[in-house]
Ligand binder design. Structure first.
Ligand code: NI
Length: 181
């Protein structure tokens, strides 16, 4: 496993439509492990294969849902606590269903460091795809995790958050880790 270099800016790799995966052998497994390592090292909450220069439909996401503020452990610590982070690996992901209801939220991208923007996304989505062994999976997601999936699946179609953002602004490096994907 290793950390790969992240493709930055508006390079052709980030603008291409990535290819569907049909082989689940060692090179895919290595790619997935490297995506996870690279996402964690960045650090970020998600990464798509084109962001490491591989034009294949693979995404990884790792995100800790915040605990509701009235849950006992959040009350005890007196600050916003989070559940343990959950790791998702999805091959050939597709949005099977999206809510009509959209919500605006702030996004960043590991390929566009130093910028954030506000983007409208569906509040809830159902994502179908394959796990790393090629078995079908179906995920019902809402709120932030649904947003991250929409951001990553966009990467597979050559779409960046700056294409969808209503406004884009510069951010300080120390604020960046929170939401880059
Ligand atoms: Ni991104």
């Amino acid at each position: 496993m290793s950390v790969r270099e992240i493709v930055l800016g508006d390079r052709p790799m980030l603008r291409a439509r990535a290819k569907r995966v049909s082989a689940f052998g060692p090179s895919l497994q290595r790619l997935i492990d490297d995506l996870i390592d690279t996402m964690r090292a960045a650090p970020g909450v998600g990464l798509a294969a084109p962001q490491v220069g591989v034009s294949q439909r693979v995404i990884v996401i790792e995100y800790a849902e915040p605990l509701p503020e009235d849950e006992p452990s959040a009350v005890a610590t007196g600050r916003a606590a989070a559940r343990p982070p959950k790791l998702y690996v999805v091959v050939n992901p597709e949005i099977a269903k999206a809510s009509d209801e959209v919500v605006e939220g702030v996004e960043g991208c590991l390929s566009i460091p130093g910028y954030a923007g506000n983007v409208d996304r569906a509040v809830a989505v159902t994502v179908k795809g394959l796990n790393r062994r090629g078995q079908p999976i179906r995920l019902k997601l809402r709120d932030w995790i649904a947003r991250i999936f929409q951001h990553e699946i966009d990467h597979l179609d050559g779409v960046l958050f700056i294409d969808r953002a209503k406004q884009i602004w510069r951010i300080e490096p120390e604020d960046e880790a929170a939401a880059a994907a």
